[in-house]
Design a protein around this ligand. Structure first.
Ligand code: OOG
Ligand code: MG
Length: 267
């Protein structure tokens, strides 16, 4: 991927105003490319990094990053064929087994992901799956609650990148494992909603191996002039399609080898 940046500071600030207001007010907006049809993926990242700058200035703390659109199921569901990344902050984290509010979200969906915690920093370009495995402290199961701020959950890549990859909430839990002790490619996952199977898959759905998604993320970071610091919490992307949730729903994500992660949703 090569990153083109075409928008000036003013346009980036204006687009960031829209995304920030929609995130904080929990309302849907038209996709940004309706008004800026020539917006590039690079421009989307410029808006995302401006949003991160504002959040950090407001006291949010970045805890890591997420890869998105890394599985076929997700690419087909969203109609996009290139992976993306987004930042994660302390304000998005929720404890395992907790009740998650939906009144401050637009139209939340949940997805199962393998999360990595890094013991060493990584820097692209040229980061490989093996580099990622060598730098990983442990992996754990996670559920991401995504919430596109675009009407109908419909977008294109520049718009979703500007909206920080639909990041909203995330829950890590289950059982942490060292990557050398399990086969990260063949982990089965089952997501249950209200006691019934909603979707299921295997971790190889994520670019053949979830560590591949982390390598891709590190290489995108390099194009943005950033690196992945030691201690980061990094999600590798939804294995299956995302499942809509509403108040009253309860979710259990069962991961082979990694235990389960559960939560329920309230008004
Ligand atoms: C974009 C975010 C994708 C994933 O894991 O694929 C994502 C979206 O689908 O709204 O987080
Ligand atoms: Mg995700």
């Amino acid at each position: 991927m090569s990153m083109d940046f075409t928008l000036g500071r003013d346009a980036i600030a204006r687009l960031c105003d829209r995304v920030e207001a929609a995130q904080q007010g929990a309302y849907a907006i038209p996709k940004l490319t309706d008004d800026y049809p020539n917006m590039t993926i690079g421009d989307g990242y410029a808006v995302q990094l401006e949003l991160r700058r504002r959040f950090i200035a407001q006291g949010h703390r970045q805890v890591g990053w997420k890869a998105g659109l890394t599985s076929k199921a997700k690419m087909i569901q969203m109609g996009v064929n290139v992976p993306s990344i987004g930042f994660l902050t302390d304000r998005m984290a929720r404890p395992e087994s907790s009740a998650i509010k939906t009144s401050d979200l637009v139209h939340p969906r949940v997805e199962c992901e393998v999360a990595f915690v890094m013991k060493k920093g990584l820097k692209g370009p040229g980061c490989t799956r093996q580099d990622v495995l060598d730098a990983t402290d442990y992996v754990l199961p996670a559920v991401e609650i995504i919430d596109s701020r675009f009407s109908g959950f419909k977008f294109d890549l520049p718009s979703v990148v500007a909206d920080n990859g639909s990041s909203a909430r995330f829950v890590g839990g289950g059982r942490a494992r060292y990557p050398a002790d399990i086969d990260l490619r063949t982990l089965g996952v089952v997501m249950e909603k209200n006691g019934e199977i909603a979707t299921l898959g295997a971790s190889a759905a994520v670019l053949g191996h979830p560590a591949e998604a982390i390598a891709m993320l590190v290489n995108i970071l390099a194009e943005l002039g950033e690196e992945l610091p030691a201690g980061s919490f990094v999600m590798s992307g939804g294995i299956t399609e995302a499942i809509p949730v509403k108040p009253g729903d309860s979710i259990v994500a069962r991961f082979q080898e990694l235990g389960s992660v559960s939560m329920r949703f309230i008004e």
